[in-house]
Design a protein around this ligand. Structure first.
Ligand SMILES: Nc1ncnc2c1ncn2[C@@H]1O[C@H](COP(=O)(O)OP(=O)(O)OP(=O)(O)O)[C@@H](O)[C@H]1O
Ligand SMILES: [Mg+2]
Length: 270
């Protein structure tokens, strides 16, 4: 096992492309083993799909990557560094970012302010600045606002920066969540069911937005049940079934895999 990175060695992301390699990852809750000895490599520059039936362990796998769940066994390496002992905040500082399965925007904040929440947490201007606004804090807030607007522009929704979530349709809210996840320029971006609750037009817009996020130094992983979206945007797909890695391959290979068709994709003739 590689030596874990110590907290004082955590540095902000720099522009070096690293694969995220997972080895022998096992996770249990009491007697319920949720992940069994998962090993896979997530490549920068690609969009990777993670699919499988309900309860397969996809969200749990994301929770292990971000440090929310502590697996009983295994390694999670960014490049050659094993991150397994790092806390979620330390992994965020290294460039891990995610969106959640259920829309999680704060209704009292505008879209731009929601996007800034993650940036404010990373910045030096913390809660003290909210009570005692200092010049340095104001400057940092201005910069965060700029980063937030840039992220909204990348997703084509800068026009809703000042709107409140309750005034917006689900497709725009999902894009706003992704904007929040990309605003800090992550090197690992994990999206959990971004198309959940979207209609077909919104899903098509989302697919186009995801394709534009592909970048040489970004590991981008999408968990999704919408197979048209997955097959359209992904370069590589991994299939989980009851906590085990069932298959990995290109969209064509996955669609042609009889075991994947049997347990998840289904047979058109059936
Ligand atoms: N905090 C937890 N405590 C106990 N069991 C958990 C916990 N989190 C997940 N599980 C269990 O892990 C298994 C996998 O759940 P998970 O949410 O990872 O599946 P999923 O593949 O994301 O499913 P879905 O497609 O429905 O979102 C389930 O049996 C679930 O009950
Ligand atoms: Mg899930």
């Amino acid at each position: 096992m590689n030596a874990p990175i110590r907290a004082e060695h955590v540095e902000p992301p720099h522009n070096v492309a690293h694969a995220l390699t997972v080895r022998n990852l096992s996770l249990s809750f009491g007697g319920n083993q949720v992940l069994h000895d998962i090993g896979l490599q997530l490549e920068p520059g690609e969009i990777t799909g993670l699919i499988g039936p309900n309860g397969a362990g996809k969200t749990s796998f994301f929770n292990c990557l971000t440090g929310l769940y502590m697996p009983q066994r295994g390694e999670i390496c960014l490049g050659s560094e094993n991150l397994i002992w790092l806390a979620p905040t330390q992994r965020a500082a290294l460039g891990f970012s995610r969106s959640f399965q259920h829309v999680a925007l704060c209704p009292e904040l505008t879209v731009a302010e929601n996007v800034m929440v993650g940036l404010d947490r990373q910045s030096n201007a913390g809660w003290l600045d909210a009570f005692l606004p200092l010049a340095g804090g104001r400057k940092e807030r201005g910069r965060n606002r700029e980063l937030a607007v840039n992220a909204l522009e990348r997703l084509g929704i800068a026009d809703v920066a000042k709107s409140y979530p309750s005034d917006l349709p689900p497709g725009v809210l999902r894009l706003a969540e992704i904007a929040r996840a990309i605003a800090g320029s992550p090197r690992v971006l994990l999206l959990d069911e971004p198309a959940a609750g979207l209609n077909s037009v919104e899903t098509r817009d989302l697919a186009n937005a995801l394709k534009k996020l592909r970048a040489p130094d970004l590991v981008l992983v999408v968990v999704e049940h919408d197979m048209d979206l997955i097959m359209d945007v992904c370069d590589t797909i991994h299939v989980l079934n009851v906590g085990r890695l069932l298959a990995s391959g290109s969209p064509g290979q996955i669609q042609a895999n009889p075991e994947v068709v049997r347990v998840y994709l289904g047979d058109d003739d059936a």
